[in-house]
Design a protein around this ligand. Structure first.
Ligand SMILES: [Zn+2]
Length: 272
């Protein structure tokens, strides 16, 4: 006995797909690339999740003070800002802040997301500033010490509070020189992340050494920390000083003294 098939009129209007036809979901979906990877509790399905997965797979460290620009494409930033905006909206909701009716809190989630990616943590997402080097190898080459004062704005990794200060960068000129503004650009690129001041001092010394080919580098940073001023001990005049000395700055007391004498002169010239 056969039964006559009567199509359901409601279903009849649905578009007919062949079973092997590819139908785009019209939204981006990011999936795990390998089966043996542990996601360590990270959310999948977001671009940030996919990037974190790639870094985990490569054993690439992505701490608050690390630069991860190798893992980002230019077009990723806007997408990541959108994802962070949704996440900040959840944070504001959890803090019971009325982001719909409070005119000052409307748009705050987006402002925060943009601020993190484009300003306070920009040094994590942008590649190193281009520091064109000029040869310093003629007979009358400059062999002296160079000390550059760079204003810094950073953020502590622990509390995401502002760190404001100044770095004094000293080098003994090697076979190449970089433009004076590049010292500050490099220092700010290192600072625009979540850092510890000790770590920041090391990062600046390493990057300046890389850009100038000089092994003789010194960095002195003095900064005030929002996490000590705005909260916790509320110490409004606390100042933290850190120094990294490499090569002759470390080994030769005269070079070290000249560096700190130069800093004193700089501070008389422009007290902070
Ligand atoms: Zn802190």
């Amino acid at each position: 006995m056969t039964q006559k098939f009567t199509p359901d009129p409601a279903l009849k209007t649905a578009p007919e797909f062949k079973s092997d036809e590819y139908v785009p979901l019209k939204k981006e979906v990011y999936v795990k690339a390998g089966e043996d990877m542990s996601d360590k509790g990270y959310q999948e399905g977001t671009l940030a999740g996919a990037i974190r997965m790639r870094m985990t797979r490569d054993n690439k460290r992505f701490w608050a003070g690390d630069n991860i620009s190798d893992y980002l494409h230019d077009s990723d930033k806007e997408h990541l800002i959108s994802e962070a905006t949704l996440a900040f909206e959840k944070v504001l909701d959890a803090l019971l802040i009325d982001r719909e009716n409070d005119p000052n809190s409307r748009g705050t989630a987006k402002r925060l997301a943009k601020m993190y990616f484009n300003e306070v943590m920009a040094g994590r997402y942008e590649p190193a500033p281009d520091a064109t080097a000029f040869p310093n190898d003629s007979t009358d080459r400059y062999e002296g010490m160079l000390v550059v004062r760079s204003e810094l704005r950073s953020m502590c990794s622990h509390h995401h509070q502002p760190v404001a200060g100044v770095a004094y960068i000293g080098i003994i000129a090697a076979n190449k020189l970089i433009g004076l503004s590049k010292y500050t650009r490099i220092a700010q690129w290192c600072a625009r992340r979540g850092t510890l001041q000790e770590e920041l001092c090391n990062d600046i010394a390493r990057e300046i050494s890389k850009a100038t080919d000089s092994e003789n580098v010194a960095v002195y940073v003095q900064a005030v920390h929002g996490c000590c001023e705005n909260r916790g001990i509320m110490a409004h005049s606390s100042l933290t000083q850190t120094t990294v000395l490499k090569g002759t700055f470390k080994d030769d007391p005269h070079t070290k003294k000249e560096f700190f004498d130069n800093i004193k002169l700089q501070q008389e010239f422009a007290p902070r």
